[in-house]
Ligand binder design. Structure first.
Ligand SMILES: Cc1cc2nc3c(=O)[nH]c(=O)nc-3n(C[C@H](O)[C@H](O)[C@H](O)COP(=O)(O)OP(=O)(O)OC[C@H]3O[C@@H](n4cnc5c(N)ncnc54)[C@H](O)[C@@H]3O)c2cc1C
Length: 272
């Protein structure tokens, strides 16, 4: 959920539990043995290019304007892209900025009400292999998950690298990197995963302050369709029924793509 119970949607938790435990193949334990770029990003880009599309990396969109029934996307480098159908798939604050000029006031203010939720990652490299299993969940401490990169990625990971994760880590935002590493080492020692004398050779803390975005629980979810024909929304924060996750993002992409196909079909065969 990447949110504390006072901010998390119980409805989304119920969806996860229902999918996981009531569908015959709803839950299974698995993990990628390569990084996410290799797992799906490269192949998704190749798929789009095979279909005649193009992928532009590092191209920052700064605004969308509408001219008759076409949209124009302005990019920071001064270039523009024109189209009659557009899916805005950025996080909510960026989506609000992008659509501000096309007068979707109600939608803009709803997008601005989302708040970021952080995820803390602490990477520790040891001089010896300290964990044989791919991952361990910890209870009653600060660290929630410990991943052993060599066991996860097999031969591709280098060194004895542990990646530790804390979700919804708001309470740790003020801590220094040294303090966070100390907290992590204490938790690993308490759990018996490292000895009292084990010290990391190297450490790296990555605190993703805007890891996911939370909709205020009193607000209704935002769907993929907008009031503007041809303009659609996608992202883990749209109405997928799931908390903000990769699975939610994938489902939102399918939903937006279905709506684009329907819209294109309606445009081709206008009702008389
Ligand atoms: C540290 C961390 C750990 C996580 N762990 C998990 C996990 O274990 N399981 C899980 O399911 N999920 C996890 N998540 C959440 C998961 O990454 C998100 O749910 C998912 O990536 C959301 O996908 P998305 O396509 O909605 O948004 P994003 O992946 O955020 O994609 C939005 C894209 O929009 C681009 N963009 C933004 N502004 C602009 C602009 N102005 N112009 C052009 N492009 C722009 C961004 O660069 C980005 O590529 C984790 C997230 C983080 C940060």
């Amino acid at each position: 959920m990447n949110a504390h119970p006072d901010k998390a949607s119980a409805r989304e938790l119920v969806s996860v539990l229902a999918e996981a435990f009531t569908h015959p193949r709803g839950s299974n334990m698995g993990w990628a043995t390569v990084g996410l770029t290799e797992l799906y990003t490269d192949r998704a880009a190749a798929y789009l290019e095979q279909g005649g599309g193009s992928v532009r990396l590092g191209a920052t969109a700064v605004g969308i304007i509408q001219d008759a029934d076409r949209f124009r996307l302005d990019l920071r480098d001064g270039s523009t892209i024109e189209t009659d159908t557009m899916i805005v798939a950025t996080p909510p604050p960026r989506a609000a900025e992008l659509i501000r000029r096309i007068a979707l006031d109600g939608l803009v203010s709803r997008l601005e009400r989302f708040t970021p939720s952080p995820i803390l990652g602490i990477n520790l490299w040891f001089g010896r292999r300290v964990l044989e299993t791919p991952f361990v969940g910890l209870l009653n401490g600060t660290i929630e998950w410990v991943f052993e990169k060599r066991a996860l990625y097999r031969e591709t990971a280098k060194g004895n690298h542990l990646a530790l994760v804390v979700s919804a880590s708001d309470r740790l935002l003020g801590a220094s990197d040294d303090e966070l590493v100390e907290i992590a080492l204490n938790d690993l020692r308490t759990a018996g995963l490292i000895g009292q004398d084990d010290e990391p050779l190297h450490s790296r803390v990555i605190h993703e302050k805007q890891a996911t975005y939370l909709r205020p629980i009193e607000d209704p979810p935002i769907g993929a369709a907008t009031d503007l024909p041809g303009l659609f929304l996608a992202g883990d924060w749209t109405n997928t029924g799931l908390p903000p996750t990769i699975e939610g993002a994938v489902r939102s992409g399918f939903r937006a793509a279905e709506l684009v196909v329907e819209y294109a079909g309606r445009k081709k065969t206008p009702r008389s």
